[in-house]
Design a protein around this ligand. Structure first.
Ligand SMILES: [Zn+2]
Length: 395
C-alpha cells in the first residue's frame, strides 16, 4: 500500500486531492518504461506511450502513466517493442549463448536443429537454464548439425524412431523437427530426409523446419512435402533450387505454399544462405519474409549477422516499413510456435518481455553471405531488455 508521501509525489494524485476529488488510489507497478515510441504491431500501436509492468505481466500501455514503480526506465527517444523472438538460432550449443542474446533484445529463441537424437540432451539443458524462453527443433539426423561434411549424406542417420524418442523425452523443450536439405548436407537424400522428418513430427503434431537452397531436388518437389505451419528457412537462398525460376520470377509453387500456410523465414546465416540480388528480386515481386531470424551462434558478432536488430535493419533498404520489420521479429515469430503464444505482444496481461531499441540514422554497411555489401541509412541497435518484468539489460 502507498503511504501519504508516495501518493503526493505523483502530480495527478496530488492535483486530485487539492481539487477535492475522491482520493485516487494510484496503482503500484514493478516497472514503468517511460516515454518511448511503442511499436507493437500485434495491437496496431505506434505512438509515444508508457508501459507499466506488474507481476511479470504487461499491466498498462498508456500516455503518462501515473503511479509508483519499484523501477523505471527512461526510454525517451527509443523504440519500445515486444521482446524479439529469433526462430532460427544455434543458441543451445553453448551455455553462454542465451545470455549473449539477452544483450541483443532477444527474449525468446529456437535452436534450429543443432542437436539430434544422439546429442539433444545438452541443447535441452541449455534451453531449460536460459534466462529467456528457449526451445529447440530436433534434427532428423541423429548427430544434429555437422559441418562441413553434412549430417544427411548417409540417410541412415535420419532415424525416425530415435527422433521420436527424443521428442517424447523432451516435450517441454521441443517445438518441431529440423532438416537441412542443401546438397552439401544431404546430397541426393533431401526428399527422403524430409519425408522422415514429417514422419517423426506427425504423432506430436509438430511443424518441420527445412533449410533450402542449392539442393539436388527442385523447389517444387520439396514444397510438395510441406504442410500448413511448416517453415522454410533461408528463403532467399540463391540458385540452384531457390524460390526463383531462371527468369527471376518467384515460382508459383512458392506462392501457393505461402497461401496454404507455409511460413517463409529469413535465416541470415553466414555462408550461402542469402545474397542481395535474390532479396531484391523477390521483394520487388512482393515476396517478403514472414519472420526474420539470425541463424545465430556465439561467433555471429564477427559475421554479417552481428545481432538480431542488425539483421532486421537490412529490410529497411528494400522499403519495408518499421512496423512490419518489428512484426517479423515479434508477433509473426510468436505465431509460428505455440510455445510463444503469449509473447511477441505488449497486450495487457501478456508476458512482460520487452526489447528497447535505438533507431539511428547514418551510413551503415550491411553484408550478405557472399561478401556483398549494401549501404543503408537506418540501423536498429539493441538498447535495453526486459524479461518477465525484470530489467536484464539496462538502457
Ligand atoms: Zn541454422
Amino acid at each position: 500500500m502507498l503511504n501519504r508521501r508516495q501518493v503526493l509525489r505523483t502530480g495527478a494524485a496530488s492535483a486530485a486531492l487539492f481539487a477535492g476529488a475522491p482520493r485516487l488510489r494510484a496503482a503500484t507497478y514493478d516497472l514503468i518504461i517511460k516515454g518511448g515510441r511503442v511499436i507493437d504491431p500485434s495491437i496496431g500501436l505506434d505512438a509515444v506511450r508508457d508501459v507499466a509492468i506488474a507481476a511479470g505481466k504487461i499491466a498498462a500501455v498508456e500516455a503518462n502513466i501515473q503511479g509508483d514503480a519499484a523501477d523505471t526506465l527512461d526510454a525517451r527517444g527509443k523504440i519500445v517493442a515486444p521482446g524479439l523472438i529469433d526462430i532460427h538460432t544455434h543458441a543451445g550449443r553453448s551455455k553462454e549463448g542465451p545470455s549473449l542474446l539477452v544483450q541483443d533484445g532477444v527474449t525468446g529463441w529456437v535452436d534450429a536443429g543443432s542437436g539430434g537424437a544422439d546429442n539433444f540432451d545438452q541443447i535441452a539443458a541449455t534451453a531449460r537454464s536460459a534466462p529467456q524462453i528457449g526451445r529447440a527443433l530436433v534434427n532428423i539426423a541423429r548427430t544434429g548439425v555437422i559441418t562441413p561434411q553434412g549430417e544427411l549424406h548417409d540417410i541412415n542417420q535420419a532415424n525416425v524412431a530415435l527422433a521420436q524418442g527424443t521428442i517424447a523425452r523432451n516435450l517441454d523443450v521441443v517445438v518441431g523437427v529440423k532438416a537441412r536439405l542443401s546438397e552439401n548436407v544431404a546430397g541426393a537424400n533431401d526428399l527422403e530426409a524430409l519425408r522422415r522428418a514429417q514422419e517423426a513430427a506427425a504423432p506430436f503434431k509438430l511443424p518441420v523446419m527445412i533449410h533450402i537452397g542449392q539442393s539436388v531436388s527442385p523447389m517444387r518437389a520439396i514444397l510438395a512435402l510441406l504442410k500448413r505451419g511448416d517453415i522454410v528457412t533461408h528463403l532467399y537462398a540463391p540458385a540452384p533450387n531457390g524460390i526463383l525460376d531462371d527468369k527471376g520470377r518467384v515460382f508459383p509453387e512458392v506462392l501457393a505454399a505461402r497461401r496454404r500456410g507455409v511460413i517463409f523465414d529469413f535465416g541470415n546465416g553466414s555462408l550461402e544462405h542469402f545474397d542481395w540480388p535474390t532479396v531484391e528480386t523477390a521483394t520487388r515481386q512482393g515476396f517478403w519474409p514472414d519472420t526474420f531470424s539470425t541463424d545465430w551462434n556465439v561467433t555471429s558478432k564477427t559475421t554479417g549477422v552481428v545481432d538480431f536488430p542488425n539483421v532486421m535493419s537490412k529490410f529497411f533498404m528494400f522499403g519495408m516499413p518499421i512496423s512490419q520489420v518489428i512484426a517479423c521479429a515479434t508477433v509473426n515469430a510468436a505465431r509460428v510456435f505455440s510455445a510463444f503464444e503469449d509473447r511477441g505482444t505488449l497486450n495487457i496481461g501478456a508476458q512482460a518481455d520487452v526489447a528497447i531499441l535505438e533507431l539511428r540514422e547514418g551510413t551503415f554497411e550491411f553484408v550478405d553471405n557472399y561478401k556483398g555489401t549494401r549501404t543503408g541509412r537506418q540501423r536498429l541497435f539493441p538498447a535495453g531488455t526486459v524479461i518477465a518484468g525484470k530489467v536484464v539489460r539496462r538502457i
